[in-house]
Design a binder for this molecule. Structure first.
Ligand code: IDC
Length: 332
């Protein structure tokens, strides 16, 4: 652990830094929806991610809709347990208020956001391990936000009072804020940023759907939007990305993922991969139950064997560790 995270200007670009002011890149995994895959919250899994994978961050995806927190508040207990396990295993932990369906974070179903963040931050006051992600993915799903300045304004006006509450109560934590069109528009945030020195803007992409770009002026390209944001004075954090297409399936598209990760490394952008699940979808890090019988608890040795990992999981583990990716023979 590198202590309190802070956003500082380095060579003219807003950059995530550690407590001593040196740039730091976080790399790790996101859980799948905790209402569906709560079994990932166990000490052996967190130890495996921290030690065997070399992850320094884990994201706890707490869906609010889709049978999540709004109707099943007990999922919060998994978040609390996950925070404690992340601390015990030396990882930063992202508490993700998983706005997904519907798309407007101001929608009625998300009405519990302020109380939720107040409660967690009261339980863990000004805890340097914790990163608060206020809205996973604002989008157009009814009631949604438009993919433009007005859409961002709605996200901003949702996030500001929560940030104010956190700061007034002495919490200096890093805060991540999403943007319209499933968090593909950090450029809109850069044009009209939140006045807070420890807020960073997320970008989400799926390597099978979102092409890379060398330019910063193409508003229909996600990487271009990141470049624009960096050029216009805000810091960016890739709090969710996948090796699949945007629906979580097909691929994996690993060469395309490599292009994105090189870009992140060059720009010291932190990233978190979707997701820690045995569900039968390409983006899932583990082989599905039916085939491999992989468990989300790797057992006492605190290691998932190569065959328990999916192609995506095996690839992402190597990229987190920074070792060569040498795929196992899966025909055996
Ligand atoms: C997907 C899951 C899938 C689940 C679906 C529910 O992978 O198993 O059925 O949610 O709505 C996102 C979202 C994330 C999505 C993921 C893949 O943040 O919740 O998970 N994705 O579609 N944004 C872009 C892609």
């Amino acid at each position: 652990m590198a202590g309190k995270l802070q956003v500082l200007k380095k060579s003219g670009v807003m950059t995530l830094c550690d407590e001593t002011g040196n740039p730091i890149q976080l790399r790790g995994m996101s859980t799948h929806g905790l209402q569906w895959y709560p079994e990932i919250i166990n000490n052996n899994a967190f130890a495996a991610l921290s030690k065997d994978w070399g992850a320094n961050v884990i994201r706890l995806a707490m869906y609010v809709g889709e049978n999540g927190y709004a109707t099943n508040p007990s999922v919060k207990e998994k978040v609390i347990e996950g925070i404690k396990l992340a601390r015990a295993n030396d990882m930063y932990v992202i508490v993700d208020w998983h706005v997904h369906f519907p798309g407007d974070p101001n929608a009625k179903i998300y009405g519990g956001a302020m109380d939720f963040f107040k409660e967690i931050s009261t339980m863990f006051p000004n805890d340097a391990n914790i990163i608060y992600e206020l809205a996973n993915e604002p989008n157009g799903a009814d009631p949604g936000v438009t993919n433009d300045r007005a859409g961002w304004e709605k996200v901003k006006s949702y996030a500001e009072p929560i940030i104010k509450m956190l700061r007034e109560r002495g919490n200096e934590n890093l805060v991540i804020v999403g943007s319209p069109n499933w968090t593909q528009r950090p450029d809109l945030a850069a044009d009209n940023p939140i006045q807070d020195e420890n807020t960073i803007y997320s970008v989400h992409f799926y390597s099978g759907s979102h092409k890379t770009s060398p330019s910063s002026s193409d508003r229909n390209n996600v990487m271009s939007n990141v470049r624009y944001a960096l050029e216009h004075g805000v810091a960016v954090f890739a709090s969710e990305w996948g090796t699949s297409e945007a629906d979580g399936n097909n691929g994996p598209y690993l060469e395309e993922a490599d292009e994105w990760l090189s870009f992140f490394n060059e720009n010291n952008i932190s990233w978190v991969n979707w997701s820690l699940t045995t569900k039968n979808e390409t983006s899932g890090a583990f082989t599905p139950h039916e085939q491999g019988k992989t468990k989300l608890d790797p057992g006492k040795d605190q290691v998932w064997g190569p065959k328990e990992l999916s192609v995506s999981g095996e690839y992402v583990r190597a990229r987190i560790k920074g070792t060569k990716y040498e795929p196992i023979d899966r025909s055996l």
